[in-house]
Write a protein that binds this ligand. Structure first.
Ligand code: SF4
Length: 326
């Protein structure tokens, strides 16, 4: 029997190539080996109350990108977190076994509290409990994560262990599946690619928009003249070209150091490679966008299938916690 993978995607609107290389390509690949449950985690988006007026369109745009990238509703369950309300009940119940001290020491809580001092809410503190509930409501056994997310998963495992010790074996301890996909740096050449920093390229961008953005990207700051030798190891364009056309990396490394290629030509080549790589995805996205009722059907069917699992898990949890009337 295939193991079950669970992963959540935050609905920040259209996905960008950082999301694509860092997570979505991996999600697509996992579908053949595992039973996958992929969730657009809209409740998590409320913890910082960002762009709530655009939440529904953000969910829809993210879903279009995920489907266009190759998530297949025939192979995976793809749904929106709040469409399966059992999550709220499990969140409350797991909150009863989670010591507050565990939550207050989570580094991302401290960071978010620093960034949003005007809104340090209960939901923000409980975020890891909600994340754990997401995984275990579907009895997720494997969670694809980057190294930076390992502490969160360890906390989820601690909550699961505590529940299982107290109420009997109920949830599998979710295992991390470390991904070797890169943390993609944005076009500013310094920070992680992110929509909020505006240093990103949307998957759904046109070829022209993509080229325009890349042509204004930061390269090796020490290379002032075309004749200066470049330092590909500190140039983000080099990294991006290595992801999208790995076969050129060795030659580019040499040519850049020898000033045999200029940054303008190098960026044009990157833009062409990205546009060629994303062309099929963009075409599929346009087809899906022309059929909104089909996309909504996928979302509703995903919630229906997810809810079947969720109801079974919740019934078991309530019975073990003594909440079922005699
Ligand atoms: Fe970067 Fe390419 Fe310019 Fe070298 S030639 S510094 S790799 S953009």
């Amino acid at each position: 029997m295939k193991k079950r993978v669970f992963s959540g995607v935050r609905p920040t609107g259209r996905l960008h190539i950082g999301n694509y290389l860092g997570a979505v390509k991996n999600y697509v690949a996992l579908q053949d080996e595992y039973e996958c449950v992929y969730c657009i985690v809209d409740l998590h988006a409320l913890t910082t109350l960002e762009e709530t007026n655009r939440l529904q369109s953000n969910i829809y745009e993210a879903l279009l990108d995920l489907l266009a990238a190759g998530l297949d509703p025939e192979k995976s369950i793809i749904f929106v977190q709040s469409h399966v309300p059992e999550i709220n009940e499990l969140f409350t119940l797991l909150g009863m076994v989670t010591p507050l001290g565990w939550l207050l020491r989570v580094p991302t809580f401290k960071e978010k509290a620093r960034l949003h001092p005007q809104n340090i809410n209960y939901g923000l503190v409980g975020y890891p409990v909600l994340m754990t509930s997401d995984i275990v409501l579907y009895k997720g056994e494997v969670v694809p994560v980057g190294e930076d997310q390992l502490p969160h998963l360890e906390l989820a495992r601690e909550i699961v262990r505590r529940f299982n010790e107290h109420f009997g074996e109920t949830f599998p301890e979710p295992q991390a599946k470390l991904t070797n996909f890169p943390m993609v740096i944005g076009l500013d050449g310094k920070d992680k690619m992110s929509k909020s920093l505006g240093n990103h390229i949307e998957l759904a961008a046109t070829a022209e928009e993509t080229t325009k953005k890349i042509m204004s990207a930061v390269t090796d700051p020490a290379r002032k003249l075309r004749t200066d030798a470049g330092h590909p190891e500190i140039c983000n364009i080099f990294k991006l070209r290595s992801y999208f056309e790995s076969s050129v990396a060795t030659a580019l490394n040499k040519d850049c150091r020898a000033a045999a290629i200029g940054c303008v030509d190098c960026k044009k080549a990157l833009a062409a490679a990205i546009n060629a790589d994303l062309a099929p995805l963009r075409a599929r996205r346009a087809e899906l966008a022309a059929r909104p009722e089909y996309v909504i059907d996928i979302m509703q069917d995903g919630a229906r299938r997810a809810q079947i699992i969720a109801k079974q898990t919740l019934a078991e949890v309530k019975q073990k916690m003594g909440l079922v009337p005699i």
